[in-house]
Design a protein around this ligand. Structure first.
Ligand code: COS
Length: 386
């Protein structure tokens, strides 16, 4: 057991933090206000190797471990959670599954441009009527001209309007309802039509799109085995959820940083409010819960990078960190009082941004279900079977 980060992990953390202080934090409020997707930042992150930090060097990545990547997501999200989620989806939900499930030819073709950050990735699973029940998806893939005709529509797709590569899930077997008839495909941006952009509560520097698809792709766009797409999706989300947990830790840390400084400076009744036990207890709880969430993230990341089972640990990290971030960003507003509710301080943005971490890549309810199945040994029992 070793709780110390390695020299390389500390270095990656420190230079990401420096980059965030210089290039992200000063603009985050404006990007939020203007709903600006900061394309320019992703080009800089690509130059630093942070669009493929945990990808092997031979595939264009920086060759660091998964925990280093979690440190990057935490630091990015501390500055701007929208930037954090764009990098998290790009890496966890697109680049890594292409590396893991692709043939050698698919890896060589699709992974390097993503790992180098020349293209951004989007993960297209969710549909209007298939959210938590992802196996109910209706986008179809039927055999045509030696390849596949893919038709349908997807909703709540992060970064679709800026993405170059899509990992998209479609039903290849119309006679098999639920998860078993689903396959995974790799599509290019010109095979996708972006049909809308959501207006959201927060995370305004990221884009969330609806898309439509009606295209014929070559047979070599099928990822992994036909009918095994749900495995790809679930295994992808097992890793992705650790990244969302790291994002939540980053948001909560940012809120805590502001609240602690405020408590030292703001005076009431003749002394700094940090001298009052009511405020001290809030800060103590924040600090403790952020620590606990971060430890859950690091444990899940360690399991993943050692190829050990991490479904349950990732779900626990995501569930605890996201609920903690929502709760503690609310407490940060409470410490700042009326100022916390205004745009003069960033804590109201952290509060709005934190909420989504309880929803995407599996709601808190789904995380509890995943944990319960794991601890009760019920993983194989399909919900659809009742
Ligand atoms: N890793 C690999 N395979 C997995 C898996 C995992 N973690 N979890 C399930 N599977 C496999 C199962 O083994 C099963 O395979 P077989 O058909 O070969 O037996 C298949 O996937 C279907 O699993 P299951 O029957 O458990 O599917 P359910 O329809 O009951 O759904 C939940 C399971 C609810 C857990 C799943 O639909 C889910 O995670 N939903 C949330 C989706 C989500 O997070 N959406 C966010 C999108 S990104 S913003």
């Amino acid at each position: 057991m070793d709780f110390e980060l390695s020299a390389e992990q500390k270095e990656i953390q420190a230079f990401t933090r420096d980059f965030v202080r210089g290039e992200i934090e000063p603009h985050a409020a404006e990007w939020d206000r203007e709903h600006h997707f900061p394309r320019e930042v992703f080009a800089k992150l690509a130059e630093l190797g942070l669009m493929g930090v945990c990808l092997p060097e031979e595939y264009g990545g920086a060759g660091a471990d998964f925990l280093s990547y979690m440190l990057v997501i935490e630091e990015l999200s501390r500055g701007d959670a929208g930037v954090g989620v764009t990098v998290a989806v790009h890496t966890s939900a697109v680049t890594l599954p292409l590396l893991r499930f692709g043939t050698e030819e698919q890896r060589a073709r699709f992974v390097p441009p993503l790992a180098r950050g020349e293209l951004i990735g989007a993960f297209a699973l969710t549909e209007a009527e298939a959210g938590s029940d992802a196996g109910a998806l209706r986008t179809s893939a039927t055999r045509e001209d030696g390849g596949w005709r893919i038709s349908g529509a997807k909703q709540f797709i992060s970064t679709a309007e800026a993405a170059g590569t899509f990992l998209l899930f479609a039903r290849t077997d119309p006679d098999t309802p639920g998860a078993r008839g689903v396959s995974a495909f790799v599509l290019d941006a010109d095979q996708i039509r972006v049909t809308g952009r959501e207006e959201k509560l927060g995370l305004n520097s990221s884009t969330t799109n609806s898309i439509a698809v009606d295209t014929v792709v070559e047979a070599d766009r099928l990822l992994h085995e036909e009918g095994k797409g749900f495995h790809v999706a679930m295994a992808t989300l097992d890793g992705g959820r650790i990244g969302i947990a790291a994002q939540a830790v980053g948001i909560a840390q940012a809120a805590y940083d502001v609240a602690r400084e405020y408590a030292k400076e703001r005076h009431a009744f003749g002394q700094p409010i940090g001298r009052f036990q009511a405020i001290q207890h809030k800060l103590a709880d924040m600090s403790m819960e952020i620590d606990a969430a971060r430890l859950l993230v690091h444990r899940a990341a360690w399991l993943k990078q050692n190829d050990l089972p991490h479904t349950e640990a990732g779900a626990k990290a995501k569930l605890f960190a996201s609920e903690m971030a929502r709760r503690q960003t609310g407490e940060a507003i409470q410490i700042l009082g009326g100022y916390g509710y205004t745009k003069e301080f960033p804590v109201e943005r952290y509060y709005r941004d934190a909420k989504i971490t309880e929803i995407y890549e599996g709601t808190s309810e789904i995380q509890r279900l995943v944990i319960a199945r794991s601890i009760l040994g019920l993983q194989e029992r399909s919900l659809a079977a009742g």
